[in-house]
Ligand binder design. Sequence first.
Ligand code: BES
Ligand code: MG
Ligand code: ZN
Length: 464
Amino acid sequence: MEIKIVENTKEVVCDVLVVGKFIDKQTSNALLNRFAPENFTGKKGETFSIHTQKEYPSTYILGIGLGEEQNLDNNVIRENIAKAVKKCIELKAKTIAFDIETDLACGISIVIGTSLANYHFDKYKTKKEHRIAEIYLSNVLPESIEYAKTVADAVKLARNLANEPAQFATPAKLAEIAQGLDGINTVVYDEAKIRELGMGAYLAVAQGSVQPPKFIHMKYIPENPKKRIAIIGKGLCFDSGGLDIKPASSMLTMRDDMSGAACVLGVMKALGKLRPNIEVHGIIAACENMPSGSSYKPGDIVTAKNGKTIEVDNTDAEGRLTLADALCYACELGVDEVIDIATLTGACMVALGNAASGIMGNDEDFVKNIIQTGAYVGEKYWEMPMWQEYRDNMDSDIADMKNTGTRYGGASAAGMFLKEFVTENVKWAHLDVAGTAFLDKPFKEFSKGATGVGVRTLLSHIIA
Ligand code: BES
Ligand code: MG
Ligand code: ZN
């Protein structure tokens, strides 16, 4: 999608001119006075469209309600722009101009809203979905539009990777993509090296698959960084459950179990362009969880990189085993902050649905800060408790811990498990995106499938 900045969007010859209206403001916009029907009030999400019959440079005028002006924020703009764009797509528009009367710097939200709504995973369809090809904006800063484009592209990469079938999006493929990122230095460790590094928990998960594991470490290292951060993405290219195999209906979408990794790849790609003065390490312990003669088994005991032993209680609780070793590795880098993002537990999905991701961590202010950043960019997080009770359920008779506790409270249990592999002097947050990474039906700005959740939060957190 091309973005053009023009003097006055009202004069652009295009398919649709999108015009915003506030419910509580008498509009001075001559266009609305001329084209809007009587009953168009400007209530949030309300729309109308009208063919201009050649009385105007645009073929259609599409009005979008933005609610009360004082309540306008990024989220209102992005969500409603996305709604308007979907209407434009229904009208088979190719080119859209935006006329949103506000002092708020809304260019970023318009670009991101449009890009999110314009996304379809139709790579494998011979007949492609209709898409918006060009948008026109005025009263925007070129730098902020460039930033928005970079963020939107990062989200798109994350969505494409998580939507991609597991037959193609293999650990080796993720490694190849990581190695091709501009401005990023990537090292990839294969099985022998992973063993040498002592990542016994991760290797156990990987050992049932014919796809070899790839430990991916992407580095963005500026000269005198203000801060050093590691971001870790769960990279289960497919999670069948292993020998504790999932029922068919639960396995169906498990190509999305690398959504955390996809997010980290998107973020690193954007960082290579944005080049902030922050050191960032993107880490992915990529593998598949498969049943086979070489699979790890319930009752096995594995040793993580920090020497802690784990009894495998359930081979389907594999993500935390791969993350355990990745967390140890990240902490050994001596960074100030570690954030992991993972489609970790069905329990988190049950608790929060697709409205919000779960968040846990070892530093109250750090967690609060990420929640606030998420709220600002339109990704919701809800803090789940980290109480000792959840950890007690994972005591093992024969090892330091088991990889699962009781059936209930699973999101918190997983968080307590991960905490065992985080060094205390490092600020750590864990984002459980099991419910938000992949949609079974369209929701808000998103079509069915991958959402690219986390990319906007992590980028904002890093850049801020
Ligand atoms: N990848 C799943 C979690 C998941 C479930 C992600 C639904 C997205 C949608 C994870 O590896 C898993 O299988 N977790 C188990 C843990 C259980 C065995 C303790 C779960 O949530 O059922
Ligand atoms: Mg699993
Ligand atoms: Zn999984």
